[in-house]
Design a binder for this molecule. Structure first.
Ligand SMILES: NC(=O)c1ccc[n+]([C@@H]2O[C@H](COP(=O)([O-])OP(=O)(O)OC[C@H]3O[C@@H](n4cnc5c(N)ncnc54)[C@H](OP(=O)(O)O)[C@@H]3O)[C@@H](O)[C@H]2O)c1
Length: 323
């Protein structure tokens, strides 16, 4: 296995990232309780015990409460911080806090949002700041200047993006000297557009792929880390089926169970092993709050799916053979 691109900056970074979107209680203005903080502490300790040391947050997760509980855990046990990499994201304004849901990468908003995040995290700095989504109204030079300023102030060490295609990343990078080191996109066996776009060039099928063509290759050429959000597909193949599962979903669930036995592993690890097999070296961002599932996920690196099994999983999930 080749090195993760992120190892150029953080040699100790784990391949699995823990996604904190489920921490902090509900998506409401109900305040954080001791129970939520205890849950976050348990989850963080379980991750570290299972060698998962990268933590993914965003200002919006549970309306700020994910960062708040994370900050409280760090405050209570400061020694945890030196063993982890913390990333957060800014750039989305949600209702009802904002009248109109929107993306905002203006200097005013990213500055305010990052300062608020740091306050909740009770930290001076985050390791990686992600721009959560592209904002069609962004002024490139103004945003770049604000990011340079925040970087010089030491508020974040490295810059990254999410849900952006190659052209958007190159455009942003053209105006800012801080290197963009990662891109986070939705990638899983259920949401396999990143593979579809590879195999459907010049075909009508390919038009339906939402994944931006050339983005994988661009990120690889730039040595940019790809992170996969929702890599467990919300559990649809591993115990949390959709309301009306398709034949493909049912067949995939069955196959994953069989492979778990054959590889002496577990379904969550098989699901992630499918992503890990991709040579671009993806970091899956797992969002389960279940401690057993976190431990199961951490076994994914032990599974080296055969070429046949990788294709069989892909074709079973897509419901038909490759063209
Ligand atoms: N950049 C972006 O735009 C973006 C967007 C979305 C998410 N993210 C990041 O990606 C992370 C993961 O996303 P995600 O949470 O949507 O996806 P996920 O990791 O695919 O799924 C986790 C969710 O599925 C449930 N689940 C998984 N396996 C299950 C099973 N066998 N039985 C029952 N429930 C199961 C989990 O519930 P339990 O907690 O009960 O296990 C949890 O609610 C987030 O935490 C966040 O950090 C980023």
């Amino acid at each position: 296995m080749t090195e993760l691109p992120i190892h150029d900056y953080y040699p100790q970074a784990s391949q699995l990232v823990y996604g904190c979107m489920g921490l902090g209680g509900s998506w409401s203005d109900a305040p954080v309780t001791d129970k939520h903080v205890a849950q976050a502490q348990e989850v963080i300790e379980t991750c570290l015990a299972n060698k998962i040391n990268v933590f993914d947050l965003a200002d919006i997760y549970t309306f700020g409460k994910a960062e708040e509980v994370f900050g409280k855990v760090l405050k209570a046990t400061p020694s945890l911080r030196k063993n982890m990499l913390v990333q957060t994201k800014v750039g989305i304004k949600l209702t009802p806090a904002h009248e109109v849901k929107q993306y905002d990468l203006s200097p005013e908003w990213i500055t305010k949002a990052l300062n608020q995040s740091l306050k909740r995290l009770q930290s001076e700095n985050v390791d990686i700041l992600f721009l959560h989504r592209p904002d069609p109204l962004m002024d490139l030079d103004d945003t770049a200047e604000a990011l340079e300023r925040l970087h010089k102030q030491g508020k974040f060490s490295h810059l990254a993006v999410s849900n952006m295609h190659a052209g958007q990343i190159a455009w942003l990078q053209s105006a800012i000297s801080v290197p963009i080191i990662a891109n986070q996109l939705q990638m899983s066996l259920q949401h396999a557009d990143f593979v579809e776009e590879t195999i459907t060039t010049n075909m009508k099928d390919g038009c339906q792929s939402g994944f931006p063509r050339g983005t994988l290759e661009f990120c690889e050429q730039q040595n940019m880390q790809l992170q996969a959000w929702s890599p467990l597909a919300q559990g649809i193949y591993t115990g949390n089926p959709s309301e009306n599962p398709s034949l493909a979903e049912l067949a995939t669930t069955k196959l994953i169970g069989q492979l778990a036995n054959r590889y002496s592993s577990n379904p969550n690890a098989i699901l992630l092993a499918w992503l890990l097999k991709h040579p671009i070296n993806i970091q899956p961002v797992i969002g389960t709050t279940n401690l057993n599932r976190i431990a199961e996920c951490s076994q994914a690196h032990k599974v080296n799916l055969s070429r046949d099994d990788w294709y069989l999983l892909f074709e079973t999930a897509r419901g038909k053979q490759v063209p």
